[in-house]
Ligand binder design. Structure first.
Ligand SMILES: Nc1ncnc2c1ncn2[C@@H]1O[C@H](COP(=O)(O)OP(=O)(O)OP(=O)(O)O)[C@@H](O)[C@H]1O
Ligand SMILES: [Mg+2]
Length: 287
């Protein structure tokens, strides 16, 4: 559905993207992960034709992005941070403006507002929306066009966990209806629960890619089974027959409180690969 081959991009002599190859399957949620400044937004802009690459090719719907027709572009929803809403217009009027720009009828507005749970706030001025409602309005705007592909640049950045989960459900529902979703995030937990495939971008290169759980299994260097006992102690066991007996006995004796395999989280893998903390944590540290 979306492929890139050998994308390079520099700004003022500084290389930001250094040979990006991607192949995103139809009907999946793809997550581009990376620290701040890694080039995620730049790559979205290149793939959506908002910015030219220095070299390399982008194909969307099997066509070079430069050859997309107006009709093709109408099937691509793009939600970026710098695509603001009109503060003084109501929620519904914001969507009407968007319909006018895209040349689509207003008849879909009610359904889009229902979908994101904003039907009761249709008349509210956008300036009075909470952060979470604003994020949902921005989603309603891209849902209006019934996109075949959605590009979402940090769709849940700065949102509370409940709103985040709500937005995850909306994104998954779109995916289940056949839409291909390309999103960026700093949040590895989000990527783990939301994305079918992820790619880790660091210093202009994709340093790892695959299904989140599969990546975590691949970096399970310890291969241990970690048990917390009801008495409070922690014990680790190797993956072998001898351990099976001992673990079995702990269960029989009712001494086992929790049991976990030792594969790392995506966040730990990311830190191992990049030697870098994620932006959110850096922000807290330097705040
Ligand atoms: N138009 C531009 N002119 C000059 N430099 C730019 C421009 N756009 C981006 N950059 C630089 O390219 C690098 C990558 O920026 P980009 O916005 O793509 O990162 P990002 O991964 O989206 O970061 P964030 O997570 O903070 O959104 C940064 O160093 C940024 O300063
Ligand atoms: Mg960005």
């Amino acid at each position: 559905m979306i492929t890139t081959k050998g994308i390079f991009k520099s700004f003022a002599g500084k290389t930001v993207l250094s040979g990006i190859d991607l192949d995103i399957k139809s009907g999946t949620v793809f997550g581009l992960l990376g620290p701040s400044g890694a080039g995620k937004t730049t790559l979205i802009k290149i793939i959506t034709g908002q910015l030219g690459a220095d070299s390399g090719e982008v194909h969307v719907f099997g066509k070079n992005v430069k050859d997309l027709t107006g009709d093709d572009k109408k099937q691509i929803g793009i939600m970026m941070d710098d695509h603001g809403v009109y503060d003084r217009l109501s929620v519904a009027d914001n969507l009407k403006v968007f319909c006018d720009i895209y040349g689509i009828p207003y008849s879909g507005i009610g359904k889009a507002l229902e979908e994101v749970g904003l039907a009761d706030s249709a008349k509210k001025p956008a300036a009075k929306l909470s952060k979470g409602m604003l994020a949902r309005l921005k989603l309603a705007r891209v849902f209006l066009i019934e996109p075949k592909i959605l590009f979402l640049d940090e769709p849940t950045s700065g949102l509370d966990p409940m709103t985040m989960k709500y937005i995850h459900r909306l994104i998954k529902a779109r995916r289940d209806a056949g839409c291909t979703v390309f999103l960026t995030t700093h949040n590895m937990e989000e990527a783990t629960v939301l994305c079918d495939e992820v790619a880790l971008l660091n210093e202009g290169k994709i340093v790892e890619r695959g299904q989140p759980s599969e990546i975590c299994r691949r970096y399970n260097h310890q291969k241990k089974i970690n048990i917390h006992l009801k008495t409070g102690g922690d014990v680790s066991f190797a993956h072998d027959a001898e351990s099976a007996g001992e673990i079995g006995r702990l269960i029989e004796q009712g001494r086992l409180e929790t049991i976990h395999s030792s594969e790392p989280t995506l966040e730990t893998v990311f830190i191992e690969l990049t030697g870098r903390k994620l932006e959110a944590e850096e922000e807290i540290r330097y705040a």
